[in-house]
Write a protein that binds this ligand. Structure first.
Ligand code: SAH
Length: 211
């Protein structure tokens, strides 16, 4: 498939899957229009890259559905000056969307081969504002905390406490919580503590943790 075809499919994806379902944040829309999602999926399923579904990326893991990527990014109210932590680098696609919008992205992945693969693609695409780490992201990345936003793209059974603790005041944490049936939870930190809100029912792969 030619690059123009991918470009056309990507613009249609943004129109039909993202804008039509109510995503309005212009920074998120611009990032989704720009990032070549087909570069983040295995060669043999490239032609499906802009479909309205999650796709397999190997190692039993998936690249999230485009709408979910956009939705989670919009909820975090990202801006240029912000520092974001991502748990579950996976394909690196969500990482690229974040890196388009904010100044610094920190991304933790537990499967080394996926982390390496995503680093190569993101470097090829020219991103220089991403730091990678291989390890259990349920501990966060204390050295670089606090974060203005934390996004988790695998589901723990309960919200990992270190992630809440590594939020700045005013910071937002978005994480799918639960077993087979999960709720996308938003935690906002204020000077008085943490406030949690349930957003959507979702299905993510489980967060692997010995926590
Ligand atoms: N945002 C990714 C989603 C990948 S699926 C994308 O759109 O491609 C979730 C990822 O979380 C998988 O790559 C999985 O290996 C990773 N993961 C699971 N448990 C983890 C943990 N404890 N710490 C870091 N990453 C984890």
């Amino acid at each position: 498939m030619s690059e123009e075809n991918f470009e056309e499919k990507r613009q249609r994806m943004v129109r039909k899957q993202i804008k039509a379902r109510g995503i309005k944040d212009t920074k998120v829309l611009a990032a989704m229009e720009k990032v070549p999602r087909h570069e983040f999926v295995p060669d043999k399923i490239r032609s499906h890259a802009y479909n309205d579904e999650p796709l397999s990326i190997g190692e039993g893991q998936t690249i999230s559905q485009p709408y979910i990527v956009a939705y989670m990014s919009e909820v975090l109210q990202l801006e240029g000056s912000k520092k974001v932590l991502e748990i579950g680098t996976g394909s690196g696609y969500q990482t690229a969307i974040l890196a388009e919008i904010v100044k610094d992205v920190y991304s933790v992945e537990i499967i080394e081969s996926l982390s390496i693969k995503s680093r190569i693609i993101l470097a090829e695409l020219g991103y220089k504002n991403i730091q990678f780490k291989v390890g259990d992201g349920s501990y966060g990345w204390k050295e670089f905390s606090p974060f203005d936003a934390i996004i988790v793209t695998a589901a723990p059974r309960v919200i990992p406490q270190p992630l809440q603790e590594q939020l700045s005041i005013g910071g937002k944490l978005i994480v799918p919580v639960g077993d087979t049936f999960q709720s996308l939870m938003l935690t906002v930190r204020s000077p008085r503590g943490f406030k949690e809100k349930k957003l959507l029912s979702v299905r993510f792969v489980p967060l692997v943790s010995h926590h």
